[in-house]
Design a protein around this ligand. Sequence first.
Ligand code: COA
Length: 220
Amino acid sequence: MYYFIEPMREEDIPAVQEIERQSQMAPWSALTYRREIRNRQSCRYVVARADTQLPDGTPPATDYPLLLRLLQRIGLVAPASTSTAPIVGYGGIWLNETSGHITTIAVAPAHRRRGVGELILNALIDGAYELNAQYLSLEVRVSNLTAQRLYLKYGFRPVGQRANYYVDNHEDALVMWTDPITTTSYKERLRELRRQLHERLRQQVDQVVVGSPSNGPTVG
Ligand SMILES: CC(C)(COP(=O)(O)OP(=O)(O)OC[C@H]1O[C@@H](n2cnc3c(N)ncnc32)[C@H](O)[C@@H]1OP(=O)(O)O)[C@@H](O)C(=O)NCCC(=O)NCCS
């Protein structure tokens, strides 16, 4: 299986909401997703897609109007998608002053434990750099040890708790922050984690593909 990241598009919202439902995440309205996707000044939303074969090397269409391409380059419009492969995960980040705040992340149950969550988190970290964030932050249910392990791996540390944060069961939220992500030490750690993730994802791609280094899986 080949996993890759693309910007979330408005037409992706129903598939995203289905994964959200399967993951028992707090439901967001389509309107909320649309508003976040369109807010390219301070948000980045991505989907992970799964395909059984690697792209054939055909370059993405480049015949967009010049103005649209310019808007995409300066981040006011999300780039067009090049794929219809099924969506298996999604995530989002929002720039809150100096912090890139992870607003949501989930992987479809059938695709968990294969590095997709890490792939999405890496894409969000790239988004944080694009938005000039200095830190990463998030809230996570105190009982969600699975997600907390993912975040600990990427340098998030618990810094506090918010009581009764979740409306459904009044559960407390653990607040997690990273150290500055602009330091050499964080970037080196990230590089090593990405190298390991790339290797893991490569091993999941068909044998015939592993022999072709130029077609390795995308690492956010
Ligand atoms: C959290 C979630 C996104 C992880 O996605 P995933 O694709 O399964 O995770 P990955 O395969 O990329 O795993 C990355 C790391 O996460 C942690 N992790 C993931 N699943 C885990 C599990 N079942 N038990 C323990 N640690 C786990 C590990 O640290 C893992 O690194 P490792 O493989 O080196 O041990 C996924 O479990 C999910 O969608 N959960 C429901 C939604 C949710 O809780 N979102 C977070 C809201 S704050």
